[in-house]
Structures are given as structure tokens and as C-alpha cells.
Design a protein around this ligand. Structure first.
Ligand SMILES: C[S@@+](CC[C@H](N)C(=O)[O-])C[C@H]1O[C@@H](n2cnc3c(N)ncnc32)[C@H](O)[C@@H]1O
Length: 275
């Protein structure tokens, strides 16, 4: 990172948000920060650091800049079909209860998609679904469970009828499905992880993370999964050194945690307290 004032800025952001910018891809972050400085009308990061300290609304603005919340139900529908027809039935056959974690869930379409699938499989009561994100505003929306037509484009009429009610400006997930998902705030690059997961979805979250941060994250996911558990990544993502990280590819975008010693490092106490 070559932007003047970066060390001061990094310390300010860490202090105000708990986010360590060194874990993000340097060149991409630099380009985006330059654009942000132009947008807010300050000449450099030192001045911007001062602005963040003096105007609290700027901190939320910076969080919004760093986190992109675009999401939708059944994103990459063929993969969700595979999840329903093969991955989840297999996990349910291995264990009487399954723990599922949507890591970087944004406004909730992803964990609710899983809750809907489990209901269709007749296995809703055998599953616990945890959903986390760094963005508190996205989580507040997730708890409300109201979605626009854009986020609903892959939801067919039958599912709309069974699992949603139309509201004035969109569609709300029915309470029976909303109750199935527990949302809470978590920074994937800093906070303790849940333990004993059968399935982790981490999709379209790591795009801005550095390679080292991604490797560390995947190692921690490996440790958070039960042996034989599955990691489901986004439609443009892959684990380049899957085996080294303790995973075996089982299908495109699905990786199974290899039984044996956890390859992970630094997994915390695993607070799974819902909020
Ligand atoms: C593009 S959305 C993806 C949502 C969903 N997984 C999907 O694929 O549709 C990315 C989400 O990752 C979250 N995120 C980014 N950095 C994070 C971090 N360090 N810890 C937790 N969540 C993070 C953002 O707040 C955002 O809601």
C-alpha cells in the first residue's frame, strides 16, 4: 500500500471499527481508497482519518464502502439444487442434527434459502442455522426478512406461495422460516468462530481479502467444520491449495473437510450466542 498516510489511517480504522486493512488486497484497496477520497472531497488519508474521528456518521459510511451487500435467494441456482439433492441429504444421513453457518450472510437471502431447502427436505427441525456478517445494518434487514423483486428473481411461484408473504414494497419471509435462522455480528478476520459445523457457506465474501487472509480464513473454517463437513464457496471462487488447507474438492464450489488433525490455527472459544 503506497498511499501517503496509510499507517495512520490503518491504525484509525482498526481502532474505530476493529477492521485490519492489512488483511485486504493492497492494490485493489488502494484504488478504491483513492476513489473514496475523491468522493468525500479530502486530499489524503491523514485528513480522512481526522474526518472519521470527528464525524461518527463517516465511520458507517466507511463500513458501507468496505462491505458490498449484494445478495439474492438461491444465488447460482444449479449449485443450490446440488446442495438440496446431494450435499444436504448426505450430511443429514451422517448426523441426526446438522449445524449450518452462513458466514458473510449480508441481508439474509442465503441462510433463508438454506432454511427453505431444509423445510422442503422435511429436515427443518434437525438443523441449526447460524448466520453472521460484519455489517450490523445488513443484519437488521436480515432479521426483518423483506426482499425486493431483484433479490427474489430465482424464487419460483411455488416457493413464493409457501415461504413468503407479499408486502407493500416486496416479499417477507414467513415467520416459520425466519425463526430457523439466528443472526449475529462477526468479523471473519478477527472474531472467534462457531465449532462443530456440518456445512459452512462463505460465498462472495473473500473477494477483497489478501491471499494470506483467505488462507487463514479457510484454515479456520476447516477447524470449525466436523470431519466430513462441507464448505460451499461462491460461483467465482476456488481453494487453490485445497489439500494443503485440509479440504478435498467434492464438486465445483464444494469442499469436504478431510478427517484428521484440524489444519486450522487460532480458532477462538467459539461463542455461538445468538442476538
Ligand atoms: C456480497 S455479500 C455476499 C452475501 C452472500 N454470501 C451471497 O453470496 O449472496 C458480502 C458480505 O460479506 C460481508 N463481509 C465483508 N467482509 C467481512 C468480514 N471481514 N467479516 C464478516 N463479513 C464480512 C459484507 O458485509 C457483505 O454483507
Amino acid at each position: 500500500m503506497n498511499l501517503p498516510g496509510y499507517p495512520v489511517f490503518r491504525r484509525t480504522v482498526l481502532e474505530l471499527t476493529g477492521i485490519d486493512l492489512d488483511l485486504y488486497k493492497g492494490t485493489q484497496l488502494e484504488r478504491r481508497l483513492q476513489a473514496l477520497l475523491r468522493r468525500v472531497g479530502v486530499p489524503d488519508l491523514v485528513r480522512y482519518s481526522r474526518m472519521l474521528r470527528e464525524e461518527s456518521r463517516r465511520v458507517q459510511e466507511f463500513r458501507d464502502f468496505l462491505t458490498i451487500n449484494v445478495t439474492e435467494f438461491f444465488r447460482n441456482p444449479d449449485k443450490f439444487r446440488e446442495l438440496k439433492e446431494s450435499i444436504l441429504p448426505d450430511l443429514l444421513a451422517r448426523s441426526p442434527r446438522v449445524r449450518i453457518w452462513s458466514a458473510g450472510c449480508s441481508t439474509g437471502a442465503e441462510p433463508y434459502s438454506v432454511a427453505i431447502i431444509l423445510d422442503e427436505l422435511g429436515a427443518a427441525s434437525r438443523a441449526e442455522i447460524l448466520a453472521t456478517d460484519i455489517d450490523e445494518r445488513a443484519l437488521a434487514q436480515a432479521r426483518l426478512g423483506v426482499y425486493s423483486e431483484r433479490e427474489m428473481k430465482e424464487v419460483d411461484p411455488e416457493r413464493r406461495r409457501r415461504y413468503f408473504v407479499p408486502t407493500g414494497d416486496g416479499w417477507q419471509v414467513i415467520p416459520a422460516i425466519r425463526r430457523r435462522v439466528r443472526f449475529w455480528a462477526m468479523n471473519l478476520l478477527a472474531d472467534p468462530f462457531p465449532e462443530g459445523c456440518d456445512l459452512i457457506l462463505c460465498r462472495n465474501v473473500v473477494i477483497y481479502f489478501s491471499e494470506e487472509a483467505k488462507d487463514q480464513l479457510y484454515r479456520r473454517f476447516r477447524a470449525a467444520l466436523k470431519p466430513g463437513g462441507v464448505l460451499f464457496v461462491g460461483g467465482t471462487e476456488s481453494l487453490l491449495r485445497a489439500r494443503e488447507l485440509g479440504f478435498a474438492p467434492i464438486a465445483p464450489f464444494f469442499y469436504r473437510a478431510i478427517p484428521g488433525e484440524p489444519a486450522g490455527a487460532g480458532v477462538g472459544a467459539g461463542s455461538t450466542k445468538g442476538r
